[in-house]
Design a protein around this ligand. Structure first.
Ligand code: FE2
Length: 478
């Protein structure tokens, strides 16, 4: 069809070109991370930019006035994997922050300010704080976008994601359409919110993030390892060992990936950190990990027994695949049940999971697995693990109601996987007979997120749906 060039069309085109030019400084706009050594007085600021030697500087100040302080020269890694225009991931260290304080920062290219935002430092152990948790998020759905907005409206101090950050394969290209524009939008609208530039987001690897290990087919897979800046204090994995599958990659594809990922590859799958008065242990729960192997369970036990963990008021564990799940979907993937005794020994309070696209809360519980369970493989003759059926004996604390009795006996397991992806088993929402005995709350007919307030020895948890309506709420006191 013949295209008529009208004046409004021409103006629109010019405006688009102008906008494109203004955005060219960034491939992904600045976002805050807890970094390798998290502390209430430091954060890392990351951004992605074209592959050239631009003169970047970052300046910041506590509050909104006072003299600007310059960070050390930003470092960068080059991401030059096949199929994607080479680009750089920059990183500037914001140090000397006031714990929990608001600060303003600006990014300059040459001498020109190209980005500015307000951020917030991590809370110290004496300060109350709020975090949002949601998993299975980057699916480019209307629900995901609405929940990004709900997360922003909750004014969290940090956001945690128990896996499946970006669908379908955690590719660079998928981050660009399904993740950055939604969680780091310039304004809070129905399309997204400026969450990532304001507070740190902390992520665990889900199957959609790190299960794709064929870099010949998908050279821009495993972006998890170079886009997130998190601690490297976990166990060192070995390719082909009990924690890390073997990469399928030509020499060129492997080099390109490893150059971008650096030490994060083989280190950043499992890690721990402290935030406020809580200790967090984050695990790679993908079924390619052999949870009957002692390397990982010994590390979890040692981490939970560490002075930092035992000194903390709260101990949280975050990973993707729930051990305790009432959905028919993924029901057979019970391998994480094997770690329950280790969590109990370490006095874990709450476990945050995703993978199952709905919300589920367990009773406070303890669990004794029968031996090591039965390994399931993906198909006949396959060696690829799909999961493990783990029977055992659970003990439920039904006297805890989170209202009048707020002292649980055992661990509460939360599935908060309704963060954006298509819901699983909505037909079970009103069918409590289909729930497992350990489940006390189950919402599978609406997308939702978890909002947690910690004030010293009191923890208040609320599950909020896409429209801001409260689905569940309970309190734990120590
Ligand atoms: Fe998943």
């Amino acid at each position: 069809m013949k295209q008529l060039i009208t004046l409004p069309f021409l103006l629109f085109s010019l405006l688009c070109c102008k906008l494109t030019t203004a955005q060219d400084n960034f491939i992904a706009k600045p976002y805050l991370q807890i970094g390798r050594t998290p502390s209430p007085d430091n954060l890392q600021l990351l951004w992605h930019a074209p592959d050239n030697d631009a003169d970047w500087t970052v300046e910041y100040r506590m509050g909104t006035s006072g003299p600007w302080k310059k960070t050390a020269v930003p470092t960068s890694i080059r991401v030059a994997v096949a199929g994607i225009e080479p680009h750089r991931v920059y990183n500037a260290a914001l140090t000397g922050l006031t714990p929990g304080g608001k600060f303003t920062y600006r990014v300059l290219q040459g001498k020109k300010e190209v980005f500015t935002a307000e951020g917030q430092a991590s809370k110290a152990s004496t300060q109350p704080y709020r975090f949002v948790a949601f998993a299975d998020i980057g699916a480019e759905t209307a629900a995901q976008k609405k929940l990004a907005t709900q997360a922003m409206l909750a004014k969290p101090d940090m956001v945690v994601v128990p896996g499946d950050i970006v669908y379908e394969r955690g590719l660079i290209s998928e981050y660009r359409s399904r993740f950055w524009p939604i969680y780091n939008a310039d304004q809070t609208t129905a399309e997204g919110a400026p969450l990532l530039r304001s507070v740190p987001m902390i992520v665990a690897p889900g199957n959609h993030d790190t299960d794709t290990r064929d870099l010949n087919k998908y050279p821009d897979a495993l972006a998890y390892f170079y886009y997130w800046n998190q601690p490297l204090n976990g166990p060192q994995g070995v390719e082909g060992g009990p924690m890390v599958p073997t990469l399928t990659a030509s020499a060129d594809n492997r080099t390109a990936f490893q150059t971008a990922a650096g030490d994060a590859y083989l280190k950043m799958a499992n890690y721990s950190f402290d935030y406020g008065n809580a200790h967090w242990t984050v695990l790679d729960s993908n079924p390619y990990v052999d949870f009957t192997d002692k390397t990982i369970t010994d590390w979890v036990a040692a981490d939970l027994a560490s002075p930092a963990a035992q000194k903390a008021t709260w101990r949280f564990v975050m990973f993707h695949h729930p051990g305790f799940n009432s959905s028919r979907e993924h029901f057979e993937q019970q391998h994480m049940r094997l770690l329950s005794p280790v969590f109990e020994q370490g006095k874990v309070d709450v476990v945050f999971n995703g993978h199952v696209h709905n919300y589920q809360r367990s009773y406070p519980m303890t669990f004794v697995p029968d031996k090591k369970g039965v390994l399931l493989v993906a198909s006949m003759g396959s060696t690829k693990a799909r999961g493990r059926v783990v029977n055992g004996r659970w003990t439920l604390d039904k006297s805890f109601d989170g209202k009048t009795n707020t002292k649980p006996s055992g661990i509460i397991y939360l599935v908060t996987g309704a963060g954006g992806q298509e819901l699983y088993n909505p037909e079970q929402n009103n069918d409590p007979d289909s729930w497992q005995k350990f489940t006390t709350k189950f919402y599978s007919n609406i997308n939702s997120l978890t909002v947690v307030d910690i004030n010293d020895k009191t923890m208040t948890v609320k599950q909020i749906d896409v429209d801001g309506k409260e689905l569940d709420s309970f309190k734990i006191t120590r």
